[in-house]
Design a protein around this ligand. Structure first.
Ligand code: ZN
Ligand code: ZN
Ligand code: FE
Length: 761
């Protein structure tokens, strides 16, 4: 057979992940000659061989790509020309390596792990070992293109041995920009709380491990910032960390060495195992084993625990030396942003950490750990950060003009949309304090600079008081588009799935500003790709006595719930919850409810979770937003088949789901001594049944469309899986790569703003 030529153009995450050396090796194995190079849009390969070899080569490009790579698009076309004798990697013009060139940070690969465990290897026990398939990327890049001179590795001059690897196309460190070794790379150091150096290198690591074993709290500088670490099996250490961090109940993530250790602490399903091992190495929420030795204070009252595998050589070495699982929580005080700069860390973490395990490879951009969970048998990102940012999300319809979407208030991320890609920024957190807001603005400026995007459209939430809204309105670009919160949730789901027609979205969350100025959050919206949004149904509102105070003091919501359901004469004396509330407070809130004073209405399904959860779990307050709602979710007995009655009011639009009958039945259950597992399960099944009725009715009135589940409530697998089962005949879409909560909102804002802005073109 005569050799023929083919030009393959690949797009996706194909730069900075060891793709070209992989192509070179594969070409040689398949007997393909030609060349490969990087350019602004991705990677192009010119391949010459017989048809069979070319087909094998193309197939294996997809199936054997390096772990950090993701091929979104592979275009192939025949090309003329004579076959060269060999296969080569062509140098790429630096100026061409733009937009796609900064990859997400990658977890340490197995080859590098083997190397640091090998006493004969040059990098034995070296905590900054990396290669083209692994290591820091986004967090150390000062600028584009992805080149050592534009990273925080620029100051480390390569030694001869590293340089030889860096320049050898057959080496797995060919053009590994952060390449380093003990000879020429960054060094560890251990510093005490007063800033005095205690040890360096391996001695620093061993001393830190000793301190952890003795119950100390050590600030550890990782990829995207500092963690606070302590022995996760030692209750007093965990309690001390909570006290110092001023974090009462919110679960801590626990890092372990390997899957075998995970199995000691969690009941794992196959898909969870794969998720833990995935290149982004997220924190994965899994079911804690009853016999796990983890201190209960790691995740108080919670049957779930967030586990993650070590993802840098430093973590591996530290866990090996400490010989126990370690709490690894972002180093900050509650509500403050992640700490990532050395000077600032020493300052802000004074009093939090006993010791600092630090090093001289600077972090440019903070990036939290990503968080994921398996829902309906597949991974769903709950927090999109390390390992995913700044990866592009392809969109079905290219942006007409570059868009900056500013996100919501809590769990904020922003989004930059340009061309046929959207880039969600890293999880920034709650924009309620100045330090977080500064980090947010810096992250936006950096993203725009890296992506070479000058926005022409700025999208923001409808809520006038959100810090992100005020930021958006203060920006210089003249074209601003306000996007309703739940509309944005549904649009984000549509964008993630490339839906170009209509979607009936269930947008259920805690709260979001509605077009009528009230708090929405139990919405059924018929959303079109043209930017249209029709509100089909919602929930009967719940009174929030004292406004936002009711979000923490959930007994207020519970009182409003029963007052409404029992027409002002609820059996409060028979409900344990209200015993726990001072009589005077109860009286005051009753007065507020009766007189409608300072009691805004809220339709969020999350608020119903809070209210039912308060009653069923006998918990008067949440120590963090959504705590009682979460505990109410995990309390449910999945085997319980019952549900409660409800009423769907459909004589006016939007229709309204009225849960008063369900409240009465649940209260009766509680008075009859039925426990939280039963009542919670029946509550979940009631929501599923009500939603199913709305969806079926909507299909008759408005035509059958795909159905989408979005908003923070759909981090709850029971609700999502229940609806999937109930809506068997429908095309039901769930979030996977874009968080269902407010961390995914900005993507929806961006695409809606684009659709709206098109009309003014
Ligand atoms: Zn590696
Ligand atoms: Zn070196
Ligand atoms: Fe929301």
């Amino acid at each position: 057979m005569e050799p023929s030529g083919q030009r393959l153009t690949l797009r996706g995450i194909v730069q900075g992940v060891g793709f070209r050396p992989f192509v070179l090796r594969l070409a040689r194995e398949c007997g393909v000659s030609g060349r490969v190079w990087n350019h602004a849009a991705g990677v192009t390969i010119e391949a010459f061989a017989n048809a069979l070899a070319l087909a094998t080569f193309t197939r294996r490009l997809r199936t054997e790509a390096p772990p950090g790579a993701r091929i979104d698009d592979l275009n192939s076309e025949a090309m003329a020309g004579t076959a060269p004798a060999a296969f080569t990697i062509e140098p790429s013009a630096a100026a061409a390596e733009r937009v796609v060139s900064i990859p997400p940070d990658l977890a340490v690969c197995d080859d590098c792990l083997k190397e640091i465990a090998d006493p004969a290897a040059r990098r034995y026990r070296y905590p900054f070992t990396n290669c083209t398939a692994c290591g820091p990327r986004f967090t150390i890049a000062r600028d584009v293109p992805w080149d050592r001179s534009a990273t925080t590795m620029a100051g480390f001059a390569m030694c001869d041995a590293c340089r030889a690897e860096y320049e050898d196309p057959r080496d797995r460190r060919f053009h590994a920009q952060p390449i380093a070794c003990p000879e020429c790379g960054p060094r560890l150091r251990l510093v005490d709380a007063g800033g005095h150096p205690l040890a360096e290198g391996d001695a620093a690591l061993r001393a830190a491990a000793r301190a952890l074993r003795a119950g100390g709290i050590v600030a550890v500088k990782g990829l995207g910032g500092f963690h606070l670490a302590c022995d996760a099996t030692f209750a007093p250490a965990v309690a001390r960390l909570r006290e110092r961090k001023r974090r009462e109940q919110k679960p801590f993530a626990v890092m372990v060495r390997d899957l075998a250790t995970v199995a000691l602490h969690a009941v794992l399903r196959e898909e969870e195992r794969a998720l833990l091992r995935s290149p982004a190495r997220p924190v994965v929420l899994v079911e804690r084993r009853h016999d796990s030795r983890l201190a209960p204070g790691v995740a108080p009252d919670n049957p779930l625990v967030g586990l993650l595998l070590a993802y840098t050589p430093l973590h591996h070495l530290l866990l090996e030396a400490a010989q126990r699982p370690l709490v690894m929580t972002s180093a900050n005080l509650s509500e403050e942003p992640l700490c990532w700069r050395d000077d600032e860390a020493r300052e802000r973490l004074r009093g939090l950490a006993d010791l600092f395990l630090d090093h001289d490879r600077e972090i440019v951009a903070p990036c939290d750990d990503s968080v994921a969970r398996c829902i309906a048998g597949a991974p769903t990102l709950l927090r999109r950060a390390r390992g995913h940012v700044p990866g592009a999300l392809p969109v079905a319809r290219p942006f007409a003009r570059p868009v900056l979407a500013c996100g919501a208030l809590l769990k904020n991320t922003f989004c930059v949309g340009a061309g046929d890609a959207a880039h969600l920024g890293p999880h920034v957190g709650d924009l309620e304090n100045v330090a977080t807001l500064d980090a947010y603005e810096a992250a936006i400026e950096r993203a725009l600079r890296f992506l070479r995007v000058t926005p022409e459209v700025v999208a923001h939430d409808l809520h006038p008081e959100y810090a992100s809204t005020r930021y958006a309105l203060a920006r210089p670009e003249p074209l601003k588009v306000a996007v309703q919160h739940h509309h944005a949730h549904v649009a984000a789901l549509m964008a993630e799935h490339g839906l170009e027609d209509r979607l009936l979205g269930l947008a259920w969350d805690g709260t979001g500003y509605g077009t009528d100025g009230t708090a929405w959050g139990g919405e059924f919206l018929l959303v079109g790709a043209d930017g249209s949004c029709e509100r089909i149904a919602t929930f009967r509102p719940l009174a929030m006595a004292g406004g936002d105070r009711a979000v923490r003091e959930v007994w207020r919501l519970a009182l409003a719930l029963v007052e409404d359901a029992f027409d002002g004469a609820p059996p409060t004396a028979a409900l344990a919850l209200f015993d726990a509330v001072p009589r005077h407070d109860l009286h005051v809130v009753r007065q507020m409810l009766a007189s409608d004073l300072n009691t805004p209405r809220a339709r969020g399904v999350g608020r119903y979770f809070d209210a039912f959860g308060a009653l069923g779990l006998v918990r008067a307050r949440s120590s963090y937003e959504g705590e009682v709602a979460l505990l109410w979710n995990v309390a449910a007995d999945p085997a319980e088949p019952g549900r409660y009655p409800f009423h769907l009011e459909n004589r006016r639009v939007p229709w309204e789901i009225d849960l008063r009958l369900a409240v009465r039945a649940a209260v009766r259950d509680l008075m009859d001594g039925r426990g939280a597992p039963t009542v919670s399960a029946r509550f979940h099944r009631t929501l599923v049944a009500a939603a199913e009725e709305v969806v079926r009715l909507a299909a008759r009135h408005h035509g059958r469309t795909p159905v989408g589940l979005t908003g923070g409530c759909f981090q709850n697998p029971l609700l999502a899986e229940g609806l999937l089962a109930a809506l068997g005949g429908f095309d039901v879409r769930l979030h996977r790569e874009v968080p269902p909560g407010d961390g995914g909102l900005a993507l929806g804002q961006a695409v809606v703003a684009d659709a709206v802005a098109r009309k003014s073109l």
